[in-house]
Ligand binder design. Structure first.
Ligand code: CA
Length: 249
């Protein structure tokens, strides 16, 4: 697991043993850990420190984890990973409904823990991309509000479908989308349209963007999975690759 640089993790947990263990693991993986022993202290830290992700224990001495979660959601969309005890397992569904993004049942493996955090942080940075009005990568700019695509400032004439397709890919940059997912995202009615249509549109899009001749086209076909947009201006870690492309998993 490779932590995104400077990722701040707020840990709200009253068990000092667990808290310091988590803190140590986080620092070792390059995260910055902010520790809070009560719900109220956690909420204060959330407000002051603006972490990229929150780890929240259900059992806390002042407010319980659910109440803390509710207050977090009143002020922030930050990804929340809930920690629950075995006795609280049935509460998982409740947690996800209440706005938790993921949960782990104690005791959990530390590798599992850091992998989940990493996934949440990535999701968080994607959410930031979704909320933004444009996507810029190298000379490419996709303006979501104006619905325009430019390369080095020059407009690229794309069809509505091609614009939606490119939007879907860049908004999920670093994530492989299947042909089915792309059909749903780019075609209003994807029913009755096969994956060949997606392939065809991706091909046309690449040609319009002049990316056909590139050794590494940012719109990459991942055999057997689908397509992904790979940012050129940012180093992508191996964790984003589907496992068959990664011989170590
Ligand atoms: Ca606890």
């Amino acid at each position: 697991v490779t932590a995104l640089p400077g990722a701040r993790v707020l840990v709200i947990e009253d068990d000092t043993g667990v808290m310091h263990l988590i803190g140590t693991v986080l620092r070792r993986h390059g995260f910055e850990a902010i520790l809070a022993g009560t719900g109220r202290a956690g909420l204060r830290q959330l407000h002051e420190q603006r972490p990229g992700v929150v780890v929240l224990d259900v059992g806390l001495p002042d407010l319980d984890g659910w109440q803390v979660l509710e207050r977090i959601r009143d002020m922030s969309d930050v990804p929340v990973l809930m920690l629950t005890g075995h006795a609280e397992e049935p509460d998982k569904v409740r947690g996800l409904r209440a706005g938790a993004d993921d949960y782990l049942t104690k005791p959990f493996g530390l590798d599992e823990f850091t992998a989940r955090l990493d996934a949440l942080l990535r999701r968080g940075s994607r959410a930031a991309t979704e909320a933004s009005e444009s996507f810029v990568d190298g000379d490419l700019c996709v303006d979501f509000a104006r619905r325009t695509v430019t390369l080095g400032g020059d407009p690229v004439p794309v069809t509505v479908i091609e614009f939606k397709l490119l939007t879907a890919l860049v908004r999920h940059a670093g994530q492989v989308l299947s042909a089915d997912q792309l059909l749903r995202l780019a075609w209003d009615d994807g029913s009755g349209i096969g994956p060949d249509r997606v392939k065809f549109s991706v091909h046309r899009l690449r040609r319009k963007l002049g990316w056909e001749q590139l050794e590494q086209c940012p719109i990459e076909a991942v055999r057997g999975f689908g397509y992904q947009y790979r940012r050129r201006d940012r180093y992508q870690t191996a964790t984003n690759r589907p496992s068959p492309a990664n011989p170590h998993t």
